[in-house]
Structure formats: structure tokens, C-alpha cells
Design a protein around this ligand. Structure first.
Ligand code: ADP
Ligand code: MG
Length: 484
């Protein structure tokens, strides 16, 4: 598309994100929520919606949803009901989904994101509500009928709905990855998009730059990766602009995304479908969230990635990149928190985490939570370098691996055993320096006449004679003195 045409339009995006809550049992009964079991084994009369059965609300579901609301700064609804959303589909055995229409558990709120051009922006949320997942239709090759697996029916979900304020694919992806980070920190959802624990619908419209009204939107359903969110937005942006340029109107419709071709296709238009006849579910009592209950949930809130991110920048003086990497997962941040409670050399700690520790974890395909070197012992190592007892290269290339392997020995003990202690004793180093100066009178003269580059040669000589163990700082100073 020509740039001058593209530049006439701006994109508006709103996301609807479904996250499966990682409760052990379903939202209205004790059936297991475990993923990957044989079809139709995690089911019961309630999950199947048999006549005469009554749902019983899982308290954990409400608590998890409130945690997400607190993390996003939402207003928590204190009196709520559940509503039936009526539609017919084979994967929905009751003929309706129990959701929240008028009284979503969380209202408003925001997700702060880092912008590509620097700085941050808070993406406004409309609401977060609780609902139940549907079963899964399966179209198997060689099978004439559609089969249905109801294991997923009744698995609890929260749906996080943003306002239509997202401006491009980058922002949309960032919102999604921030939400995934949050649910993982809160331990309310595993955030695994490939397995469908988190799914994203993208609502997208375009309008001419500066227009007041929003354009008509298309809703692209069930995107199962952050990358596909970007692909769907890129495709829709182009499709909608081209349609408007050709004088066509955009249909408000629901569209499917094809993972292979990267193309979206129309499924159904909104006007035709949108009559869900919502009404309060008469089988469930209204839920009251007492002050006491809310406070007890608040008391279980962990430190959130954003708080830690800002703390590392403001209090620890770390660069933004370090803060971002260190807060990427809760486990990484927890390790770093422990490390920083022992050694106050935050930048050195961060360098160790982002350098040797990360490479070690990558190379051995393990996660930080399975890393056997305790923050305490890593701190000893950092201290040895800080005190110039061991050089950083010896520490990172030799001592670190030994420390990981030898769980019972201290860093100092190993450094001595491996002969890695640096010599900063001015007497011994001074004697070596004197000997070298006496041995190369020509070079000393040249140095004094201005060939300062010769210092490197003297340093090399001293290093060699100290078997690489001279403290470079001390050696450098001594040599300068002796050379005059
Ligand atoms: P619907 O009635 O189609 O479900 P909602 O008002 O409930 O629409 O909004 C659903 C999602 O669509 C929200 O994430 C919202 O931000 C987004 N949205 C609404 N209008 C637009 C628009 N014109 N362009 C882009 N996104 C929109
Ligand atoms: Mg909607």
C-alpha cells in the first residue's frame, strides 16, 4: 500500500482476552480442570447441564478474578450476579453460557505498557468478568460426524476487555504480554497460549486521521499466539483501508484468522447474531464481597512486575533493559530480590544474572527455579570480584561453573583450590615490577621519552611472571610509579 494512502488512516484496536483460571476444579462443580485427559472424562451431570442439576460456585474463581482486578487497579464490584447468555452450539451443552453481563466483577482499571518510542502509557480497561469455557468440537480426518469433548466445558475463565484505545500491533502485543506476565505472577493462569489457556480476540477498525467517530469494527476471533495478533492486525488494517479507498463499507462482523495463510475471513455479521437474551441466572445466588474477604485477598497479593520494574530503575539505579529482563518472570525476580538483599552492588548482580547465570540456564535448558546455586553463594562470588580477590574473567569463566558443580564448597575455598586468587600484595608485585624495569632499560627510556603505549608490554610481562594472578589495577599503578 502506498504510504500516502496508509498515512490518511489511523487504526483503533480493542482486545478481549480470555484466561483460563488454574483452579483444580471447574467453576460450578468438582470436575477436574486438568488439560490433556481422554475426551469426556472430566465431566459430570452438572458440566453436561442435565435438567434438574444445580451449579455451585467455586469460591477460588471469585478470588482469582479479584486478584487480577486488584493488579489492574480496577474497582471491585461488591454485589454481583451471574447472567445466562443464550445461544445454541453443540459445544455448549446447557444451551447457554453462564457469564456476567451487567455486574462484571471488575470495572475500569488499566494495564501500563512500555512504548516503542520510550516512555509508558496506561491502556484503559473496560471490565473483567467471570465466565465458563465451552467444550470443544473436533473435526477429525476420516470421521463423518463432528465429535464433541466436554472436558473443557465449565473450566473457569476471566475475560479482560480493553477500551478501544490501542493504536497499533506493537501496543496490542505488549498489552497481551503484560497480561500474560500478570496472570503468571498472580499464579491464576499458566498463560500458555499454545494450549489455549489464554486466547485473544482482536477488535479492529480504521478511521481517517483526526476523525471523532470510531469506524465500524471487525472482530478477529481466538488468536492463539502473540505473533498471530500482529499478523491479524496487519492483515485487517490493509483490508479495511483498501475497502474504504474503493468506496466500500466495512461490515461489523466476526472474522476467523487462518494461521497458515495469515488471512482473515468473514464468519458472521454482528447485526444478525447479537441477540443473546441475557438474563440473571436463577440457579445461582448473588455474591457479596465483604470488606473482610477483600482484605484477606489483598493480603495474598505478590509484588507485581511493574512495581519491581520501577523499583529496580528508581531505587537500584538499573537501566530499563535490566529491569525488564529481571522482572520477566516471577521466579527470576524472586532470585534477584534475594540476591539484592545480600549484596548491594545491584548493577554487578544484574550483570551476573543477565550474563553468566542466563547463559548457564540456556545452555543446560533449565529454569531459574531449578537452578541449584543459591543467591547466597552467587553473592559470595560477586563479593570476591568486588574485592579484587578474583578477576571477573576468572570468576565468570572458571569459578562460576565450579561453584555450581561443587555444592558444598564456598566460593573462596574454591578460588583458593583452583589457584584463582588475584595477587594485590604490593610487596610481591613491586619486586616483580622492579625486576622487569631493570631488565628492559631501553624500553624504560623510550617510555620516559613519550612512548606511553609501552605500558601494555610491561603489564603483559608482569602478568606473565605472576602467572596471570596480579591484580591489574594494583599492577598498573605500581608500574607507572616505577617507570616514572
Ligand atoms: P460488542 O458489542 O461488539 O461486543 P463491545 O462494545 O462490547 O462490542 O466491545 C468489545 C471490544 O471491542 C472491546 O474490546 C472494545 O474496546 C472493542 N471495540 C469497540 N468498538 C470498537 C471499534 N470501533 N474499533 C475497535 N475496537 C472496538
Ligand atoms: Mg463483546
Amino acid at each position: 500500500m502506498k504510504k500516502e494512502i496508509r498515512d490518511k488512516y489511523e487504526v483503533v484496536i480493542g482486545l478481549e482476552i480470555h484466561a483460563q483460571l488454574s483452579t483444580a476444579s471447574k467453576i460450578y462443580y468438582s470436575d477436574s480442570t486438568e488439560f490433556g485427559n481422554a475426551p469426556n472424562t472430566n465431566i459430570s451431570a452438572i458440566t453436561l447441564g442435565h435438567p434438574g442439576t444445580l451449579p455451585i460456585l467455586n469460591k477460588k474463581v471469585v478470588e482469582y478474578a479479584i486478584k487480577m482486578g486488584l493488579a489492574c487497579n480496577c474497582d471491585i464490584t461488591r454485589e454481583m450476579i451471574f447472567d445466562r447468555k443464550n445461544y445454541f452450539y453443540p459445544d455448549l451443552p446447557k444451551g447457554y453460557q453462564i457469564t456476567q453481563d451487567r455486574t462484571p466483577i471488575c470495572v475500569g482499571g488499566e494495564i501500563p505498557i512500555n512504548l516503542k518510542e520510550g516512555g509508558e502509557r496506561a491502556i484503559k480497561l473496560n471490565r473483567i468478568h467471570i465466565e465458563e469455557d465451552a467444550g470443544k468440537s473436533m473435526h477429525l480426518a476420516g470421521e463423518a460426524d463432528t465429535l464433541v469433548d466436554y472436558n473443557r466445558a465449565g473450566v473457569p475463565l476471566i475475560e479482560i476487555v480493553t477500551e478501544p484505545v490501542i493504536k497499533d500491533a506493537y501496543e496490542a502485543q505488549t498489552v497481551l504480554s503484560e497480561i500474560r506476565k500478570l496472570v503468571r505472577y498472580l499464579e491464576i493462569c499458566d498463560g500458555n497460549m499454545e494450549e489455549g489457556s489464554m486466547r485473544c480476540d482482536v477488535n479492529i477498525s480504521v478511521r481517517t486521521v483526526g476523525a471523532k467517530e470510531l469506524g465500524k469494527k471487525a472482530e478477529v476471533k481466538n488468536l492463539n499466539s502473540i505473533r498471530n495478533v500482529q499478523r491479524a492486525i496487519d492483515f485487517e488494517t490493509k483490508r479495511q483501508i483498501e475497502a474504504l479507498e474503493a468506496g466500500e463499507e466495512i461490515d461489523s462482523e466476526t472474522r476467523n484468522f487462518d494461521d497458515v495463510t495469515g488471512i482473515t475471513t468473514g464468519m458472521r455479521t454482528k447485526e444478525a447474531l447479537n441477540d443473546y437474551r441475557y438474563f440473571p441466572d436463577p440457579d445461582l445466588s448473588p455474591v457479596h464481597v465483604s470488606e473482610e474477604w477483600l482484605n484477606s485477598i489483598k493480603s495474598t497479593m505478590p509484588a507485581l512486575p511493574r512495581e519491581l520494574y520501577h523499583k529496580y530503575i528508581k531505587e537500584y539505579g538499573l537501566p530499563e533493559l535490566d529491569a525488564l529482563v529481571l522482572t520477566d518472570t516471577k521466579e527470576l525476580a524472586t532470585y534477584f530480590e534475594e540476591l539484592s538483599s545480600i549484596t548491594k552492588n545491584y548493577k554487578a548482580s544484574s550483570n551476573w544474572m543477565m550474563g553468566p547465570v542466563k547463559s548457564y540456564l540456556n545452555d543446560s535448558s533449565i529454569k531459574i527455579e531449578d537452578f541449584t546455586l543459591s543467591p547466597n553463594r552467587l553473592a559470595e562470588l560477586i563479593k570476591l570480584v568486588e574485592d579484587n580477590k578474583v578477576s571477573f574473567s576468572a570468576a565468570s569463566q572458571k569459578l562460576f561453573a565450579a561453584l555450581v558443580a561443587e555444592e558444598s564448597k564456598s566460593a573462596l575455598h574454591l578460588a583458593e583450590e583452583m589457584n584463582l586468587m588475584q595477587d594485590s600484595d604490593t610487596d610481591t608485585l613491586g619486586e616483580l615490577a622492579d625486576a622487569i624495569v631493570a631488565e628492559f632499560p631501553d624500553k624504560v627510556l623510550a617510555y620516559q621519552k613519550g612512548h606511553k603505549g609501552l605500558l601494555g608490554m610491561f603489564m603483559g610481562e608482569l602478568m606473565k611472571r605472576s602467572n596471570g594472578k596480579a591484580d591489574p589495577k594494583v599492577a598498573n599503578e605500581l608500574l607507572r610509579q616505577k617507570l616514572g
